[in-house]
Design a protein around this ligand. Sequence first.
Ligand SMILES: Nc1nc2c(ncn2[C@@H]2O[C@H](COP(=O)(O)OP(=O)(O)O)[C@@H](O)[C@H]2O)c(=O)[nH]1
Ligand SMILES: [Mg+2]
Length: 337
Amino acid sequence: MATSTTTGAASLEDPKTLIARLRSGDVRALARAISLVENDAPGAADVLSGCFPYTGQALRIGLTGAPGAGKSTLVDLLARHYRAQSESVGIVAVDPTSPFTGGAILGDRIRMQSHHADPGLYIRSMATRGFLGGLASTTADIASIVEASGKTRLMIETVGVGQDEVDIVRLADVTVVILVPGLGDDVQSIKAGILEIADIFVVNKSDREGADRVEREIRAMQSLGDHAEGWVPPVVRTVASTGEGTTALAETIERCAQWLRESGKLEQKRTAAWQQRLLEMVRQRLTRELVQHHLGTSELATYARAVAARDEDPYVLVERLVRGLVDLHSGESRPSI
Ligand SMILES: Nc1nc2c(ncn2[C@@H]2O[C@H](COP(=O)(O)OP(=O)(O)O)[C@@H](O)[C@H]2O)c(=O)[nH]1
Ligand SMILES: [Mg+2]
């Protein structure tokens, strides 16, 4: 193709060009922008900043549950459902049980191929550790880039095990918690924080024995809580392997989104998420500043030795480092609100 010669790596380095390209549906540019952010490469902040004006419109759906609960299968079904409604779909799959070489990412690659040639759908799998900006923050940034490429439905799929995962689903507008009967994956074994943030419960693998019991457990748990807020998380039964319940789930998600919008809860939720994220962004920025000016790897090692040898008081040292950073910038004024 004549145009492919102009899409060389060099032209993709410029943030403005990159954004223009990903906005126009160039999947390579989208992948490149995501890599920049994943690697915290130069230009990443410009790309994110440039994408920001194109975000905030899509519905963000977080789906979480134990490994093997059927998350990927359900996300796939929902994606097909949304595509049939002419919504464009972005999927960010985060799975700590899968290193890059592992099965889940491979599975996701195969999944992606089954949607091959559909420009209205984009799937990105992330390994979960080792992001400089923190997992939840990086996931949120990637979701924003995917949204900026024009997606109207964003699904964030994550295993509901650790605090990182709880932080990820907090970024979603609608949180779907997927439970399954048997295998010890009952309500009690799911991280409590996850249950608290559920907007919708799914009992997947309802073809198996024990679905009634899981649903009863959810209901029993709900009867203890107070639902003054006006939304009692509904329980939707699905059989993802046959597609049963997909439409009901999609409708429940829309109903929840509508309630969130109309009650003002959506704005509250997003504000709360930003409050957490802003703090995280500032923390990240300060750390980087400190590392650049006073605390490179060799200095850090020197300080660590000094502290371990009891030659330095770490509390005094940290205070001094932070003071040094503040003094360095003391000429600059604070932004006003
Ligand atoms: N029997 C049954 N199997 C299912 C159902 N949903 C998913 N599975 C199977 O469970 C396995 C794990 O599904 P997957 O979507 O990869 O789970 P994930 O780890 O949560 O993403 C796959 O072999 C699916 O085919 C279901 O409703 N019933
Ligand atoms: Mg999966």
